[in-house]
Design a protein around this ligand. Sequence first.
Ligand code: T1G
Length: 687
Amino acid sequence: MGAVATEIVGRIGLIGFDSPPVNAAGHALRMAIVEAMAAMAAEPGVEAIGLYGKGRAFIAGADITEFGKPPRDPWLPEVCNVIEASAKPVVAVLHGAALGGGLEVAISAHARIAVPGVAVGFPEVTLGVIPGAGGTQRGPRLTGIPKAIGLITTGRRIGADEALEMGLVDRIADGDPRELALHWAEAALTGELPTRRTGGIAVTPDDAALDAAEAQLRETQGHLFAPHKCVEAIRACTGPLPEGLAIERAGFNACIESPQRAGLIHAFFAERAVQKIPEAGATARDITKIGVIGAGTMGSGIASAFLLAGYPVTMVERAQDALDRGISTVGKNLDGAVKRGRMAQETRDALPLTATTEMGDLSGCDLVIEAVFEDFEVKREVLSAMEDACPGAILATNTSYLDVNALAQTLKRPEEFIGLHFFSPAHVMKLLEVVVGDRTAPEVTATAFKLGKRLGKIAVRSGVCDGFIGNRVMNHYRKAADHLVLDGASPQEIDAAMRGFGFAMGPFEVSDLAGLDIGWATRKRHAATRHPDERYSTVADTMCENGWLGRKTGRGWYLYEGGSGPNPEVAPLIEAERVRHGIAPRSFTAEEIVERYMTAMISEASRVVEEGIALRPIDVDAVFLFGYGFPRWRGGPMHHADTLGAAEIVATIERLAGDDPQFWQVPSILARMAETGGTFAEMNREE
Ligand code: T1G
C-alpha cells in the first residue's frame, strides 16, 4: 500500500504512516489508510488498531500542495469517518506534529497518546481555510466550545501537556511511536485506556462564547475571510455530526475559493522556498562563538539575537560609555524575551555575553559581524581589524546598503566575507538578507543560511546592489508616495489607504517609527546621481533639518509629544513645495493611491528579479512578508502582481508615464510577461 506500513502483532493491527517528509495527508496516504483500515477490519485476528507516524511526524496535515486542485477520493473527512466508524478500537499515537488534518485524523480515533514534544493544533486559519475534516465538529466535542474556538480561530500550536489538559489527548507517554501504538492499542482492549467515538460525545452549547468570538473577530480581523467561517462551522457542532460536517465542508470550500487562501499558502511556501539556494550543497561550517563589533542599536540587537539562539557573544565597542549603553540594551532585550515567555530567567542571567573595548578579545570567534556607523571608510577599518583579530573567522557586515563587493576588495580574505543584513529590532524581526559578494565562498553562504535558521530567521539570498532587495524596492515606492504628496494627497491619506490595503502601518508612519534621518541619509547619498528629471520633494529634508525625525524626537509627520495626529507644521511645507513645483494639487482616492504605490513596488521588484539580485520572485515576496509588514494574506508584491496580471500593470505604468515619464518606466521583464501572459508564479517553478 506504499504510503503506510501495516503489520499484525498478536491481536493488534498497526498502521504506520510512511509519506516523507512529514506525512502530509496527500491522496496516496489517504487511500492507503482507508485500504489498511478495511484490511484490519476484515482480519479476524485483529481486535484493536494502532495508528502512528513513521519519520518525524504523525501527520503534518492535509497536503497543501493539493489546495485549489480538484479533490481526489477519498477526501480526508471520509478517511476520518472510516476511522471513527471502526468496530474495533483505534488508538492514535501523536509525535512530532499532529496539525490540521493530522489532528483531525487523531481525534477521529477512539483514544490518543501524545509523545512529549509533539506540536498539536489546527493551523488551517493561518493558511486561509478552516479545519475541513471534522476539526470544527469533533474538536469542540473533546475540548468544549470555548477552547475549540481559541484553538481554531488562532491556529495556535500547543504541546502535549496542554493537549492533555484540553482533552484532545488521553495520555502522555514517551517512547517509539510504533511501540507506543502497540502498547496502548492493547491497553484499549484491557480497559486500561478508555476509548470512545468522538462523534458521539455531546457538546454543551455556548452561544455566548460563539457570539463573543464573532464580535471580537469582526473587530480585529474584519479584513480576513477564514476566521469568521471557523466560528460559523463550530456553531453547528451541537447538532448531529453529519449535518455539522456538511456545514464545515461548505465553509471549507468557500475558503478554498478565497484569494486569501492563495496568498496565505504562497506565504507558507515562500518561507521554505528561500532556503533553496545555489550554495545549498556546500558544507556549512560549525559556528560556536560570535563576535559583534558595535554596541549601538543594531549591534546590541544582533548580539541579543545570537544570545537568544544560545550562542556565546563577544561584543566590542570602542568607548566604555557606548559599551555600557549596549550592555544595557542587550539586557533590556533579553528581559523582554523572559517577559514574553521565550526564555527562563535563569537562562537569561547565565547568557554568555562578553562586553569589551578590546578587539583582541575576539580571538576564538568563528564569525564576527560589524554593525558600526554606515560609512565605507569606518567599516573598511573595522573589517581590517576584525580580519587580523580573528584569522580563519567568517567576516560579516550588517551594512544596509554599502557595496559588499567594494568592501570585500579591501580584505585579505574576501572569500570569507558576506553581508548579514538584519532588520531592526534585530532580535525580533524575522527577515535576514544574506548579501552574497562576487567572491564569497559557497560554504560561507551556506553557513550564513544555517545560522539564519538557528536564529529563527527567514534568510533570503540577495545579490549586491544599493539597498539589496528590500530597501532598494522601498526607496522606489517611497518616491511614489512623495510624488503623491506633491500632487495633492496628504501623508495621512496615503497612510490610511495603505493600511486599508492591509499594511499595519502606512509609509509615513513607518518613517516616523524608523526615524526620518535614515531616508535623509539615503537621499543625500543618491543626490549626486539623481536623474535631473526626477521629481524631488524637499519636504522631508526640511523636516530633518528642523530636527523633526519622528517618534524619537517627539514629532515627524505626526506628533508624539504635546499632542497627536498630523504635525501641523508639515502642511505649510507641503503647500510651499507644491508652489515651488508649480503644481495645482488634486485629490486622490484610496484606490488611486494604492495603485500608484503598488505599481511602483512591483516595478522595482521586477527589476530586482530581472537583474538576479533576488533568486526568484518568491524571494522578493518573502522579503516583504517578513521584513516590511506586507499583508500575509496577499502573499507578497509578486504574488499580488500575478493577481493583477502583467498586462494591467504595464498599462498602468504607461498611463502614469504620461505625467512623469522619468519615474514611470516599464521594466522589460514586465513587458515580456505582458506579451506572453507569463506570471511570476511560473518563474518560481523554473529550476
Ligand atoms: N502539505 C504539503 N507539504 C508540506 C506540509 C503540508 N501540510 N507541511 C510541510 N510540508 C513540506 C514543506 O513545504 C517542506 O517541503 C517539507 O514538507 C518539510 O517541511 C483538511 C485543510 C509539520 C511543523 O499547516 O508546520 O490540514 O521545502 O521544512 O521544519 O483541515 O512543516 O522540503 O520541499 O516545514 O520539520 C495544516 C504545515 C494543513 C502544517 C514540520 N498543516 N507544516 O516542520 O519541516 S491544512 C499545517 C508545518 C489542513 C485540514 C486542513 C511544518 C512541520 P520542502 P518543513 P519542519
